[in-house]
Design a protein around this ligand. Structure first.
Ligand SMILES: C[S@@+](CC[C@H](N)C(=O)[O-])C[C@H]1O[C@@H](n2cnc3c(N)ncnc32)[C@H](O)[C@@H]1O
Ligand SMILES: [Zn+2]
Length: 308
């Protein structure tokens, strides 16, 4: 219970932007180690939080149970944040005073070799955030065609050696199934030229994780659903950790913040499109101080919108 589960990224930016009201209701889309939820609770807010990972749910449930002043002020649900509307309905709520989504995986998930997310620790290939789902990295690596693997590595990992790596995977698995992160990581290191920036397997592991957890599809729609649920002037804060995710958040926010989208040559608006949010400032990056203390925060980008 005392090991560090996850260090919350950009906590001050999140809390200041959310402008937590005592007694207000906040949705935490990505509970993780409960760091952001805890800060909101400490400011007097109430929480509905979800995570797809039962380990996170269990950890935070036990942690919060030991904090008497939180009693009766939080509800923790094992679900995907893409079901935010349903989750709120089942909690008997319909409007939020704010929401936060801190995308991706927690330190605990990466650091625990058994979860199979780590390219530097040997464990069974898994990578499921929700271990109740069937598809795991074991299936993707051993059952997808070479073309499918290559496409995934290229689109979700932006891996320029996607074809080479996919070919090496298919060659190796013919000999025997690739069952561990160690074997996969090793074969990638052998099939790509040395590069200075980052571990050679980093991009492949990111791509597999995105595929296994279906991380990108429906993300834009989920953010729109969260915005729909916000009260006027309530805010949604999002933290992303790679460019593909950030592009979706950026485009979704830009589109929600846009009014008329008619061709400029038209004398009057015919689209009826109305902005539903305003963007709060520019995208923010963590400070040098934060990245010095927590190197995993380096790739973070923070964006926020306010409901009109
Ligand atoms: C970066 S961690 C969150 C850390 C948390 N904000 C904190 O301060 O401790 C991301 C968490 O979101 C969960 N997660 C990712 N995608 C999800 C989704 N679509 N629905 C629900 N939970 C998700 C992961 O399982 C992980 O526990
Ligand atoms: Zn228009």
């Amino acid at each position: 219970m005392c090991e560090q589960y996850h260090i919350s990224v950009m906590p001050n930016e999140c809390i200041e932007t959310l402008n937590v009201k005592s007694g207000g209701l906040y949705f935490d889309a990505t509970l993780g180690g409960g760091g952001h939820s805890e800060l909101i609770l400490r400011k007097g807010g109430n929480i509905i939080a979800v995570d797809r990972d039962l380990e996170a749910i269990d950890y935070v449930t036990r942690k919060f149970a030991g904090i008497p002043e939180f009693e009766g002020r939080y509800r923790i649900v094992h679900d995907n944040f893409k079901n935010v509307k349903q989750v709120l309905k089942e909690c008997g709520e319909d409007k939020l005073d704010g929401a936060i989504a801190d995308l991706g995986i927690s330190s605990k998930q990466v650091d625990d070799a058994k979860r199979g997310f780590s390219y530097s620790k040997d464990g069974e290939l898994d990578m499921r955030m929700d271990r109740e789902q069937e598809l795991s990295a074991l299936n993707v690596v051993n059952e997808y065609s070479e073309e499918q693997l290559s496409r995934i590595l290229f689109t979700y990992g932006e891996e320029k050696f996607a074809r080479k790596i996919a070919a090496a995977i298919v060659r190796q698995r013919k000999a025997s199934p690739i069952e561990t992160t160690g074997r996969l990581s090793e074969l990638i290191q052998r099939s790509v030229p040395f590069r200075k920036s980052g571990h050679p397997a980093k991009k492949t592991f990111q791509a597999l994780r995105i595929e296994v957890n279906n991380e990108l599809s429906g993300l834009g729609e989920a953010l729109c659903d969260m915005v729909d649920l916000l009260k006027q002037k309530a805010r949604l804060c999002v933290l992303t950790f790679h460019s593909l995710e950030d592009r979706i958040v950026k485009q979704t926010f830009a589109s929600l913040a846009t009014g008329c989208i008619c061709d400029k040559s038209l004398p009057v608006c015919v689209c009826g499109h109305k902005a539903t949010v305003r963007q709060i400032g520019k995208a923010l990056k963590p400070t040098q101080r934060e990245t010095d203390m927590n190197s995993r925060s380096k790739s973070a980008t923070f964006r926020a919108v306010e409901k009109l």
